[in-house]
Design a binder for this molecule. Structure first.
Ligand code: SF4
Length: 358
């Protein structure tokens, strides 16, 4: 295989949290059926691997999995709720180069309410602080923005910025992966306003990485208003997900699980070049779900760099030479919604992906 891929390994569907926007904990995997080291050994070379769950640190052999993945992946980032501090610290001592993203859904009360973990905020925050104190370079927050926590978006960004951390955002999605089809943003203008404030802060920084994050958040406003993705989706072409059962899928955004093959029973080449994989790729080409999650957007931003780069250039230019800030109304749909040309009912119908998209 010529090109390295971008892979996400869902090591378990077990989870100790009870997030309001994800019902996965209600249908966990059984420990004995979860992806084995032998199957992980069969994965291809990757330039980036995300390890996720469920809660990945529930697996007591996670260190072994990471060790195996480092033999084939240049960069690894683990998404976690940060609850199992000792296990996280232990793994980071063994792999100081690993990236850790801790989901924190807002300031203390909001986070604990959304995640259903009574001490979740303090546990997550303390884990992050411990990792920073250990000198870990690639650590950060991850936040799924929704009505309840949108006002905490900029305050949380400020905390992460003060701690010198990454700040990753998402918004509500519905799919087989979340075992949820009714996630929806109600007050879109309020949520977009908070994204706008964040975008201006990111653009104001001196970090090119943050300018591109500003573009990603601009895309989130676009997504919240149910518009077409800003960039093509090439999942299953150069990017894949593998679930705890060894099933290889294009992404985690489809309504029903789409399977390209099973790595427990097939070799990677056999699976990746199969007729079944081609069928899934055809579906992806026609997919109208317009997800905007980092797993599918990050590879697209690299591949179609010109578009985000032009956006970044023009917004930095506007900011410095014309003294103009980014406005959410640059997105036509936001303007049309404000002017009453698009109704809330129309956007609501599209947002759960059940009526507008397949
Ligand atoms: S737009 Fe379609 S193919 Fe792309 S990530 Fe979403 S569900 Fe998957």
């Amino acid at each position: 295989m010529a090109n390295k891929l971008n892979g996400t390994v869902i090591v378990t569907y077990r989870c100790n949290a009870r997030c309001t926007m994800c019902n996965r904990y209600k249908v966990p995997s059984k420990p004995e059926e979860e992806i084995s080291i032998e199957t992980i050994r069969k994965l291809p070379e990757m330039y980036f691997t995300n390890i996720t769950g469920g809660e990945p640190f529930i697996r007591e052999d996670l260190k072994e999995i990471v060790g195996e993945l480092y033999k084939k992946s240049e960069r690894i980032v683990i998404s976690t709720n940060g609850f199992f501090t000792d296990r996280i610290v232990d793994l980071c001592k063994a792999f100081p180069q690993v990236g850790i993203r801790i989901s924190i859904e807002g300031l203390e009360n909001t986070n604990n309410e959304i995640r259903g973990l009574s001490d979740g905020y303090n546990r997550g925050y303390n884990t992050l602080q411990t990792l920073v104190d250990m000198g870990m370079k690639d650590v950060g927050f991850g936040m799924t923005v929704q009505d309840k926590n949108a006002p905490d978006l900029v305050p949380l960004y400020n905390i992460s910025d003060d701690m010198g951390m990454e700040f990753a955002t998402a918004s509500l999605h519905n799919s087989f992966y979340f075992v949820e089809s009714s996630n929806i943003i109600h007050d879109r203008l309020m949520v977009a306003q908070n994204f706008e404030d964040l975008i201006n802060r990111l653009l104001n920084s001196n970090s090119p990485k943050k300018w591109f994050r500003a573009y990603f958040n601009h895309g989130l406003i676009n997504y919240v208003f149910s518009q077409k993705r800003l960039l093509p989706c090439d999942m299953s072409f150069d990017t894949f997900f593998i679930d705890p059962f060894g099933d290889v899928m294009p992404c985690n955004g489809t309504k029903e699980k789409e399977v390209m093959g099973n790595l427990n029973t097939q070799s990677w080449d056999e699976l990746w070049n199969s007729a079944k994989a081609e069928e899934v790729r055809k579906k992806v080409r026609q997919c109208s779900r317009n997800c905007w999650m980092i797993g599918s957007v990050s590879p697209a931003m690299k591949k179609y760099l010109l578009k985000p780069a032009f956006w970044v250039f023009s917004h930095k230019f506007l900011r410095f030479f014309k003294k103009k800030k980014y406005s959410m109304f640059e997105n036509k749909a936001v303007k049309n919604f404000k002017n009453g040309k698009i109704t809330k009912a129309e956007l609501d119908a599209c947002s759960t992906c059940e009526s507008c998209a397949g």
